[in-house]
Design a protein around this ligand. Sequence first.
Ligand code: ATP
Ligand code: MG
Length: 408
Amino acid sequence: MLNQSFLPAKKIIDIIEKNGHKAYFVGGAVRDQFLDKKIGDIDITTSARPNEIQQFFEKVIPVGIEHGTVIVRYGKESYEVTTFRIEEGYSDFRHPDNVQFVDRIEDDLARRDFTINAIAMDTKGNFIDPYGGKSDIENKQISTVGNPVDRFQEDPLRIMRALRFCSQLGFSIDKNTKKAIVDNIASIEKVAIERIGIELEKMFIGTHISLASPLLIESNVDRYLPIFRDNYKFIKNLRDHSIPLGSMSEIVAMFHLYDQTISLEQWVNEWKLSNQIKRDANALVTAMYYYKKNGLDNWLVFTLPKHLFNGLVRLTSIFARGFELESEVLERMWSNLPIQTRNNLALNGIDVASIFPNLQKGPWIGQCLSHLEYQVVLGHLNNEQTELRKWVKDEVHPESLNRITRKE
Ligand code: ATP
Ligand code: MG
């Protein structure tokens, strides 16, 4: 019997089969159903070539057509559909040099990283499991498909993937696979840092990070990763880390808080992270400093973007033991804030400018609004037009604000 979660994706396979091709569910979704985990993205593997898939479906996005991968949009869902393939060489350590499409599912399964990820399932719920993936799942074990030394040399990213599956699933790493990790760890340096970052993030998010983090040290992975390799003092932080985090920005914020001499800028540059991650990491670090100095107040809740609340909570459980914050408390405080954004202020920039008609508009208006925001958020002023106007008239001296220019 097919698990309910696969029903919408079954339609894709039905259509491919009607067109005379084979197709199966494969990868993480098949693995996760054995573990009673929520099924995430459903990947499909097929004997049909990408150009054929483009003919079978109306909406097909050619994301990696040369490697055999397209995304099929069907209903409201997207499915990654990949042609059965084998791979040769990863000389740039990003993409296989050469992929060859093949007709047999067994050959496609052979190129996959771990046995637990190399199980295919048809639409009736029958499995094709030539490498003992099901038994490895039962034994909670991660082993490579085929010889681990060859498989890690082929694509050393698989080393990071082994650790991240260990963290996500709570599995141990098979003895031979682990030995091959230790013996081949130096090759990880050749892998594009962006790919490593994605796996590292998933690893730190994993529920069983306490199992995976000692492995980072035992297998010397840390000696080959940017920043960690030059800072042996991180060993203890890495080895003992046991709290699942929520995102790369949290991870970077945490390591910066462990050693503030390594700037966020350096983390972002060496790990080639996005500006969004940099902004979020910065907001988290700023919030941590503020919390340590001032404790919890409305201003902290107002200034920290809401999507980072849980991240701050987790960081306080590492860096503010005994003073850990709780998400519900932050959420409740946020709902009760007098204003939630600057736009909610009863005065806007035009109103402020009209209070000082002789002054040319300039940055002082924004600064004035910041003061108002602060007073209102902390409850020192009611968010009410007349009260705010009066306060601005009495208390604000635009001359003393920066960069004001007088009208001639
Ligand atoms: P997740 O739940 O995180 O999506 P996943 O197992 O689906 O886990 P993906 O990274 O989405 O992992 O990859 C999909 C499948 O492609 C894997 O299950 C595996 O079969 C194969 N795969 C992915 N990366 C590699 C790799 N570097 N080498 C070999 N096979 C890989
Ligand atoms: Mg996946």
